[in-house]
Design a protein around this ligand. Structure first.
Ligand code: ADP
Ligand code: MG
Length: 470
């Protein structure tokens, strides 16, 4: 990486980032290190958290969803006060010493341009070695999807395409990744999200690389596309996708697709594509049943016990509480265990049941929390010192727009209301306005620490009726 950075690190920081990276390399393997960990720079160290930088949003999201816990654990070994990591995007213009090329930084005039195919290999096949069939737990809610995936990974063209659908956090990406991991051992696999596919498509058009794009996609033995519901619009792209899809099926390549809904419910996707999806095997993953939730919880606690090498004494009572309350989503179940652990690290004890309820409040059934649009609006108005009439008016003065957007954002993240429902409660605004508000606040939160602070304060007031963080 950039030398000046590393050099500065030595002078400015107590934390030896180079050692942290080296340890992560051992722990996560060379491939993960080269692709991700190496690209992280230490920017600033605070008392109990650190600010890290990565060059692109994609890298940030990938690291956040996959490696953040492990990075934090490793950092804690060097500086135990650190309880949180923040990741910021700082574009790294100086790519000279980088071996792995990130497509985000390839420009037309980059004279070190490596062939597209080589780059795309790096870019597309981000198979996570930690998500395999062996650590995918099964119960009645996901058994069919699991078995179909296993079969597909064993013999090509068994079910083709395989279409797996289900709500968020139920294990779709985990299964797709497991298939990719297995098949990658002796086949050419491409694992890509639909969003990424669209992005590369547009990029290839702009840089006149369409031929290579096509070649690359049509050359694969196994094409795995995650979250196909995000593929929308753009006639030309759907056209290309359709042809790629057919070409692959014709030559006997395996295709696996995931989505949050069945093929016939996909919006803005051509009928003929939907019908091809339905032509293979369509399986769904349901919400995990109680027994599976217990099993996952137990497994996760064991896994973390091994990682931390101390026993996590999460009582039976609390385990039962978590498995009976967090019912809709495996990701949140895992998140709950992580929060209990953070609590135990900060306070040096396991939380009692009432404390658990506070720690997990926003993961628990939201209706129980009494978080209503009404209460969010009242609290946000009071916080920004504006009246409710002003908030709900159509006036667009800046001092009203931000609080309004903030209230909309908080409603989206703290309640289960749909976008049109939220629109109605904010004086019949259109759902696109609601999306715009949510995105604006998400963006500002990232760029502006004050905004982030205000949001956190408001969240605490709304959820816990308190001004301070727990
Ligand atoms: P989705 O893609 O459906 O939104 P993910 O595959 O990202 O969900 O799963 C969310 C998290 O829960 C991941 O960390 C994943 O490893 C874990 N997970 C989901 N289902 C299972 C399962 N059956 N066994 C073990 N872990 C699971
Ligand atoms: Mg997913």
């Amino acid at each position: 990486m950039n030398n000046t950075y590393t050099h500065k690190n030595f002078e400015k920081f107590n934390l030896d980032w180079t050692s942290v990276q080296a340890e992560l390399k051992l722990k996560l393997g060379l491939e993960v290190y080269e692709s991700w960990i190496k690209k992280i720079n230490l920017v600033e160290e605070f008392n109990n958290y650190i600010l890290l930088a990565v060059p692109t949003r994609f890298i940030r999201d990938w690291i956040t969803s996959r490696y953040l816990d492990q990075i934090l654990q490793t950092i804690k070994k060097y500086k135990k006060e650190i309880i949180r990591i923040e990741l910021k995007i700082i574009e790294n213009k100086d790519n000279e010493n980088q071996n792995s090329i990130d497509l985000d930084h390839i420009t037309e005039d980059n004279n070190k341009k490596v062939s597209f195919i080589k780059e795309s290999r790096l870019q597309y096949n981000r198979i996570d070695p930690n998500k395999r069939f062996e650590n995918f737990l099964t119960g009645s809610s996901n058994k069919i999807a699991f078995e179909a995936s296993l079969k597909v990974s064993e013999t090509i063209s068994h079910y083709n395409p395989l279409y797996i659908y289900g709500g968020v956090g139920l294990g779709k990406t985990h299964l797709l990744n497991s298939i990719g991991y297995e098949m990658n051992k002796n086949k050419k696999v491409m694992f890509i999200s639909a969003e990424r596919f669209m992005y590369q498509f547009v990029k290839s058009i702009k840089s006149n690389d369409m031929v290579k794009f096509k070649e690359y996609f049509r050359n694969t033995d196994v094409l795995i596309i995650d979250d196909i519901q995000f593929m929308n619009g753009k006639e030309a792209m759907q056209e290309e996708f359709f042809h790629t899809f057919n070409a692959l099926l014709d030559k006997g390549s395996q295709i696996i697709v995931s989505a949050d809904r069945p093929p016939n419910k996909l919006l803005r996707i051509q009928e003929r594509i939907k019908s091809r999806f339905s032509g293979g095997l369509v399986v769904d993953i349901q919400k995990p049943e109680f027994d599976l939730r217990k099993k996952i919880l137990d497994h996760k606690i064991n896994e973390l016990t091994n990682l931390y090498s101390y026993k996590l004494n999460i009582s039976e009572e609390i385990q039962n509480f978590i498995s009976s309350k967090i019912t809709t989503n495996v990701r949140e179940l895992v998140g709950a265990v992580n929060r209990i652990i953070s609590f135990s690290r900060i306070y040096n004890k396991m939380p009692s049941l009432p404390e658990t309820k506070v720690v997990l409040k926003d993961l628990l059934n939201l209706t129980e929390n009494n978080v209503t649009i009404e209460s969010i609006q009242t609290i946000v108005c009071k916080f920004f010192k504006i009246s409710k009439n002003e908030m709900l008016s159509s006036r667009r003065s800046r001092y009203l727009v931000r609080p309004r957007q903030t209230a909309i954002y908080l409603t989206k993240i703290l309640t289960t209301k749909s976008l049109p429902e939220i629109g109605r409660e904010f004086s019949n605004r259109d759902h696109t306005t609601i999306i715009h508000s949510v995105k604006t606040i998400e963006r500002l939160k990232e760029k502006n620490p004050d905004m982030n602070n205000n949001i956190n304060k408001l969240k605490n007031i709304i959820l816990y009726n308190k001004e301070n963080e727990i």
